[in-house]
Design a binder for this molecule. Structure first.
Ligand code: ZN
Length: 417
């Protein structure tokens, strides 16, 4: 039998801490219930024994931040912890309705914020904070999970901070962010949260979960886990999706195609266009469905009296939707491009470790021979310069440099060395 923490791969220390906190949270609820019984059923107020804020002695806290590299399982950890909080046994058994509905995303007291655009706005956050303050309908906890809390706008961060500073007694905030660096999460929010650091899970642990949970053949799972560099979701996609494998192969063909300036620009165009195509494939379907749904809701095509006025209001809503969709498309493109850059960085990292004769396994076993040839030609120094060019490109895009310009500069650097 596997409980809710089973898919949190290679994070033993974090799991121990979360289990302890879940048990403490269950004890808080039991103490509250006992106090209610003692006080008699007429007492409607929260009993005094239920802590309103942070109580370090119980091991339970109202605000948490899960940090770690992409794919390390930040949101998996947050969701599993939410399930353990809603579990009727207080353990995250994986069997009870509380666990099931939380893991399935349908628990009434668990809200998950997944930003679709590049940032989470203040309106969204205010609405969320308001709802989070209500009494949990299931009698346990109100849990709010904020994925990519590093994408909070400043105003949204302030709205969240207010709620974290004075948390309602039964509300728990679970934030996910790459790190606790001030660029990712404001210092004031950080100071109110307990941090659960996750690490990049080892390839062997990732392969194990692909075999056990997804029924993937062991040799494919091992290859995919290594190629995905510890990113669980990416490993699963590589193992299952032939299109994802094809895109990866195209990216890894870049180093041998860089034979001159023209080739470098061609490679840059190809990389950008591949990312655009991948992003478009991932968002087009939901875009169309959303637009159709909104148009139906707004009564598009109506001819009755008042239609003109309704359509004027509708135009505003459609514009709003288009703005949201555009922002989501931009994000999908950047994510696709970033995956390609991570693959490419893995290739030059392989060349570097080979040039140094470091006793570590290559990231990309299927291009290891090519990386070996590169290592001979470039030596450690040239390999490192190329690796740095890829990382600099990622950083530039993160800092809002136009992707095409950043990628062209990178390709030229990779060619010239
Ligand atoms: Zn349970």
């Amino acid at each position: 039998m596997s409980d809710v923490f089973a898919d949190l791969v290679g994070q033993d220390e974090a799991v121990v801490e979360l289990r302890r906190a879940a048990a403490a949270a269950a004890a808080v609820l039991r103490a509250g219930a006992a106090a209610l019984v003692a006080a008699g059923p007429v007492s409607g107020d929260e009993p005094a024994s239920t802590p309103g804020g942070v109580d370090p002695s119980t091991g339970m806290t109202h605000a948490w931040i899960f940090t770690g590299p992409p794919g390390s399982g930040r949101s998996v950890a947050a969701r599993a912890f939410a399930a353990a909080l809603q579990c009727v046994h207080g353990t995250g058994c994986g069997e009870c309705p509380g666990c099931h509905t939380t893991m399935g995303g349908t628990h009434a007291d668990v809200r998950m914020v997944v930003p679709e655009g590049l940032s989470i706005g203040v309106g969204e956050m205010r609405a969320l904070v308001l709802r989070a303050a209500s009494t949990p309908s299931g009698g346990r906890w109100q849990v709010v999970i904020i994925e990519d809390a590093d994408r909070l706008t400043e105003a949204a961060g302030n709205a969240l901070l207010k709620a974290i500073e004075e948390p309602p007694p039964r509300t728990v905030f679970l934030l996910c962010a790459p790190s606790t660096h001030p660029d990712d999460i404001s210092v004031t929010i950080r100071s109110r949260c307990r941090v659960v650091p996750l690490r990049q899970p080892p390839a062997i642990a990732v392969a194990e979960v692909l075999v056990r949970r997804d029924g993937i053949a062991p040799d494919v799972a091992q290859w995919a886990a290594a190629a995905a560099q510890g990113h669980v979701g990416r490993a699963r996609r590589l193992a299952r999706d032939p299109e994802a494998r094809k895109r990866r192969e195209a990216v890894l063909a870049v180093p041998r195609r860089l034979t001159g300036v023209g080739a470098a620009f061609d490679a840059a165009s190809a990389l950008i266009e591949a990312a655009e195509a991948e992003a478009e494939a991932s968002v087009t379907e939901s875009d169309t469905t959303e637009r159709a749904a909104l148009e139906t809701a707004l009564g598009a095509g109506g001819t009755g009296r008042g239609t003109a006025g309704a359509m004027r209001g509708a135009a505003g809503q459609l514009k709003e939707l288009e703005k949201r969709q555009k922002s989501r498309a931009t994000r999908a493109q950047r994510d696709a491009l970033d995956r390609a850059l991570v693959d490419l960085a893995g290739f030059y990292r392989d060349a570097l470790t080979m040039a140094l004769r470091a006793p570590v396994a290559p990231v990309h076993t299927d291009t290891a021979a090519l990386a070996g040839a590169g290592a001979q030609k470039w030596d450690a120094e040239g390999s490192l310069r190329r690796l740095e060019a890829v990382l600099a490109c990622r950083a530039a895009i993160e800092a809002n440099v136009k992707p095409r310009i950043a990628v062209e500069a990178m390709m030229l650097a990779l060619w010239k060395g």
